[in-house]
Design a protein around this ligand. Structure first.
Ligand code: RM4
Ligand code: MN
Ligand code: MN
Length: 429
């Protein structure tokens, strides 16, 4: 498999270096006029990282079809190789968030070593009780952790506990629990009892969680259930996290809300009460929850990071939500999409650091709505491309990761080495 070397990246950067210097120097001068130090901001940008989802490097699909791309990963080892490319070029994604049983292997210390050889470690483990696996004794057709049958619930609990065990071997410190449980008909299931069963089942998983682990409860408005979803919103996940205890926190997947919901406000609330555990970054317009981050609403992503910057200022360094991407790539090369998304996430974060928090607070106190709005928007209106590119450059990454990736011929080499996966199957992820 073709490896993207440091020399290749240096070579790729050479032709872009003079333009980059000019842009970065101009931005640094502009920032000085605003009382900001570019050097500090670059160092701050270099400290940022976001995990990539192991499932994101394969081509996704819809309910209607899946159109596989060339050189798709055939197994978790291929996935790690692809994730390694993303981090090598962007220097933003040193961890991978795996999904089980999709990424199951027999030897997890080997998997950890292979990840390490690609410069990667593992972030939050995702359990999967929204599908039936071959040979599985009991079906999740009517639910998993909230199923009416205790035996099904126990099977789902056991799977989550197994995920924790795997996670320990992989060096992870968090378990993300998303379930598809819900109903398609009014009256099909008891809304009250289904939530009670969720509390009981998650309590059993919680008891098996190591002390230094977090359990991230992920809510989703709808799909695959279309009438009711057990953990449909942040209220439900907050109630459960509150009931479970300090190791349980809420995970905000940006795509899991109704189109007009004020997500940044949810972020502010959860952070304020110590229950903001992590993110799944992506974007959405209507019902699809897995479009590329910032491809539809970059301003919303910026507003989310503005709340995160505010929470960091008030709470301090102990505030450390897990940042992960969760996307499904149907029409792009997944490696390109994930690199682009990681860069857009880093951009929104860097922009949010430019807000003059004191002046903003003063304008808010004085009820000067327009001044407050202009102060808030100042970061979003600043082009920080060269700042985040400088952070990448200093970390050994590419000035233009997507151009470098295209020049590397990685996908063509992967296509030669990895036989085409059979077409025609549908699937959301
Ligand atoms: C769900 C949810 C979960 C992800 C699966 C694949 O919609 O976002 O986080 O694990 O998709
Ligand atoms: Mn998600
Ligand atoms: Mn989703």
């Amino acid at each position: 498999m073709s490896v993207i070397t440091a020399d290749f990246i240096i070579d790729q950067n050479r032709a872009r270096l003079a333009d980059h210097r000019e842009d970065f120097d101009a931005l640094a001068r502009k920032l000085v006029r605003r009382g900001l130090d570019a050097e500090t901001l670059v160092r701050d940008a270099m400290a940022f990282a976001v995990a990539v989802p192991s499932w994101g490097v394969g081509t996704g699909g819809t309910r209607f079809a899946r159109f596989p791309g060339p050189g798709e990963p055939r197994n978790v080892f291929d996935k790690l190789a692809d994730c390694g490319v993303i981090n090598t070029l962007t220097r933003l994604t040193p961890t991978v968030s795996p999904h089980f049983p999709w990424d199951k292997v027999t030897d997890y210390s080997e998997l950890r070593e292979v990840a390490k050889s690609h410069g990667l470690a593992f972030d939050a483990i995702n359990s999967n009780t929204f599908q039936d696996q071959a040979g599985q004794p009991l079906s999740y057709k009517f639910g998993s952790l909230t199923h009416t049958d205790k035996a099904v619930r126990e099977q789902a609990i056991a799977h989550n506990i197994e995920c924790v065990e795997i996670g320990r071997a992989l060096g992870s410190k968090a378990l993300t629990v998303w379930i598809g449980d819900g109903s398609n008909f009014a009256g099909q299931s008891s809304l009250a009892r289904a939530f009670d069963r969720y509390l009981d089942s998650t309590a059993a998983i919680y008891r098996a969680l190591p002390d230094d682990w977090r359990m991230l409860l992920e809510h989703k408005l709808f799909e695959p259930a279309f009438y009711s979803t057990v953990i449909s919103d942040w209220g439900s996940s907050y109630l459960a996290a509150q009931r479970l205890g300090p190791k349980a926190q809420c995970l905000v997947d940006l795509g899991h809300h109704a189109p007009t919901v004020n997500i940044e406000q949810i972020v502010a609330r959860l952070a304020r009460f110590g229950k903001l555990g992590g993110f799944h970054f992506n974007d959405s317009k209507y019902g699809d929850d897995d479009l590329d981050a910032a491809s539809v609403s970059p301003f919303r992503l910026y507003l989310v990071f503005n709340e995160l910057a505010e929470a960091t200022r008030t709470i301090g360094p102990s505030f450390a939500p897990a940042y992960m991407i969760d996307q499904s790539h149907n029409v792009t090369d997944p490696i390109e999409s994930l690199m682009q998304s990681a860069i857009e996430i880093a951009r929104a974060r860097a922009q949010a650091q430019l807000v003059d928090a004191e002046a903003l607070a003063a304008a808010q106190e004085a009820n000067d709505a327009l001044a407050a709005h202009r102060l808030l928007k100042a970061g979003f209106l600043t082009d920080v491309s060269s700042l985040i590119a400088e952070a990448r450059l200093r970390a050994g990454g590419a000035l233009d990761p997507i151009a470098a990736y295209r020049a590397s011929g990685y996908r063509a080499a992967a296509a030669r080495e990895r036989p085409v996966v059979a077409a025609g199957s549908a699937g959301i992820v």
